[in-house]
Design a protein around this ligand. Structure first.
Ligand code: SF4
Ligand code: ZN
Length: 398
């Protein structure tokens, strides 16, 4: 029926630089994104694919382009709160397509199409759309109508991303005020086990999933829509250690889902039994022993971090579902949580941040700390960092 094969067996596939026909989004493309929106039954045309800008077959082999994927769905039983749940399925279903690779989420997506799949005939977003629509409607019957728009026109992508950022923000804001102590269930997600077989995300109201696309409310909604799906409830159980945030229920599920590989998660620590990371993290926290503090680098940061290695090398250390003390994949919005790395000292242990992140979380960094945290402009290596922290009087140097 389709030019290429489709199924979960393709989920772990990777496509190297020299192997792709087209690359969409990724760190060198400033605007890219994806969004699922619930529409009225009459607002969309079922199974329609719209392409705005160049199609796959119109581009040069080996080139990179902006992309926005807008998925519009309708159905009597759909609720606004469910949108992020469906949005995360874009990642899952794109990876079901032979020779098609999807990474990250929201306004950070990165996709590649393998030359072999292009040769087999997968040369249009129309077919990608048809496959995705089939997967969405067959796996999630709650969806009655679906329409997908692929946008590669740069100006239009930018416009759509700027609008989508407001939606992502509004979703994150819904969680304000909810705390771990007030609820009985956390949520877990094992969607990324195809890439990182021992990884599980534990999602609490104060700990956004590291991909930044499954909040506690999303986990709850997902479990309601599809109880057999990759997101499930986790009874938090007993708080075994109130300083390290070790919960008995979390440990049990972590051990079960990692087949005994990991047995203890300290929910808010980088240094001791940290939460595992798959590969979808928006940013990585890394320990800098010389200053006993942390740096954070995000996916789109181009160049070397303050410890002399780029994001990609740190990602290699942090990823794969293995507990790596000193490395932790996070969602940027986790920095806004009152429990952000609370077991390790929280925000005051941050010593280096790329300007882009620092600016985006400016409102939560205490005023007297803000200028003491170095950026790529202030320190390019650990020596410069130590000098900067001393000069500015960073609390870690006191
Ligand atoms: Fe699920 Fe975590 Fe993967 Fe996000 S990063 S899709 S929450 S397993
Ligand atoms: Zn992942």
């Amino acid at each position: 029926m389709f030019s290429v094969d489709v199924g979960p067996q393709y989920e772990g596939e990777r496509i190297r630089k020299e192997e792709y026909y087209i690359e969409l989004g990724g760190p060198h493309i400033p605007f890219k994104g994806e969004l699922v929106t619930i529409r009225g039954m009459e607002e969309i045309e079922h199974e329609k694919v719209i392409i705005i800008g160049k199609d796959i077959k119109d581009v040069e082999e080996g080139s990179s382009h902006p992309l926005f994927i807008q998925v519009d769905i309708a159905g009597e039983a759909l609720e606004k709160d469910m949108e992020p749940v469906f949005e995360r399925r874009i990642h899952m279903y794109c990876n079901y397509i032979e020779g098609f690779w999807h990474m990250a989420q929201r306004d950070e997506i990165w996709l590649r199409l393998h030359k072999d799949s292009f040769k087999k005939g997968l040369n249009s977003f129309n077919e990608v759309g048809q496959i995705l629509m089939l997967l969405f409607t067959s796996e999630l019957p709650i969806i009655e109508k679906i329409q997908i728009t692929f946008v590669t026109d740069a100006a239009k992508v930018e416009e759509m991303v700027l609008e989508a950022i407001k939606v992502y923000q509004a979703r994150d804001d819904r969680l304000k005020g909810l705390i771990e102590e007030d609820i009985e269930d956390f949520y877990g997600c094992t969607l990324c086990q195809s890439f990182a077989p021992t990884h599980i995300c534990i999602i609490t109201p104060e700990r956004m999933s590291l991909c930044g696309s499954v909040s506690w409310l999303d986990g709850k909604a997902a479990y309601k829509i599809d109880p057999e799906g990759p997101q499930f409830a986790v009874m938090k159980g007993e708080l075994l250690d109130p300083e390290k945030y070790i919960y008995s229920g979390v440990n049990e599920i972590v051990a079960l889902k990692s087949l005994g590989k990991n047995t203890v998660f300290c929910l808010h620590s980088v240094l001791e039994n940290p939460h595992t990371s798959c590969g979808c993290f928006q940013a990585i926290v890394f320990y800098i022993p010389e200053v006993d503090g942390f740096g954070i680098v995000h996916r789109d940061f181009v160049g070397e971090s303050v410890i002399g290695v780029p994001f990609s090398s740190l990602a290699g250390e942090a990823s794969g579902g293995v507990q790596q003390e000193g490395y932790l994949g996070i969602a940027i919005s986790y920095m806004r949580s009152p429990k952000f790395l609370i077991s390790d000292g929280g925000l005051k242990k941050i010593v280096w941040l790329p300007k882009a992140i620092k600016e985006s979380v400016k409102d939560i960094i205490p005023e007297d700390l803000y200028d003491k945290i170095a950026t790529e402009d202030d320190a390019k290596n650990v020596d410069e960092l130590m000098g900067y922290l001393k000069t500015t009087g960073h609390p870690l140097m006191a």
